[in-house]
Design a binder for this molecule. Structure first.
Ligand SMILES: [Zn+2]
Length: 128
């Protein structure tokens, strides 16, 4: 998987992530992403609230041992109340799955979101 990889998400799902991030702001929101991965294409098909997500304490506080052993989990989404679209070192250290989707304040358009692979390379996000 490299930066040619395209990540597909439906408009409804992206809107749900952005709206949830907005309603929890200034706290951080976290979701697990379920979907399919092919060689150059990743399709996000479902958003899952992680078990025992500790909202507002940051992405790193969701205990990894609480995460379901579920190979359909292809990555995570979380919000950046700071407004930054860039990943933090903690985001990369705690990456789960193949993709990391970031929704940044003010969460009002596609431009407030970015998707990365777990090495931190930005991938193309296609809203379908
Ligand atoms: Zn982050």
């Amino acid at each position: 998987m490299n930066s040619e990889t395209e990540v597909k998400i439906s408009q409804d799902m992206l809107r749900m992530i952005l709206e949830s991030a907005r309603s929890l702001h200034p706290k951080e929101t976290v979701f697990l992403l379920r979907g399919k991965t092919c060689e150059h294409e990743i399709t996000i098909s479902e958003i899952v609230v992680p078990p025992s997500a500790t909202y507002g304490k940051g992405f790193a506080s969701v205990p990894m041992f609480m995460m379901p052993v579920d190979f359909s989990i292809i990555g995570t989404a979380h919000s950046h109340p700071s407004g930054s679209l860039r990943l933090s070192v903690g985001d990369l250290n705690h990456a789960l799955g193949k993709v990391i989707l970031v929704a940044a304040y003010p969460y009002d358009s596609v431009e407030c979101s970015a998707v990365y692979n777990r090495r931190g390379d930005r991938l193309k996000l296609r809203v379908t």
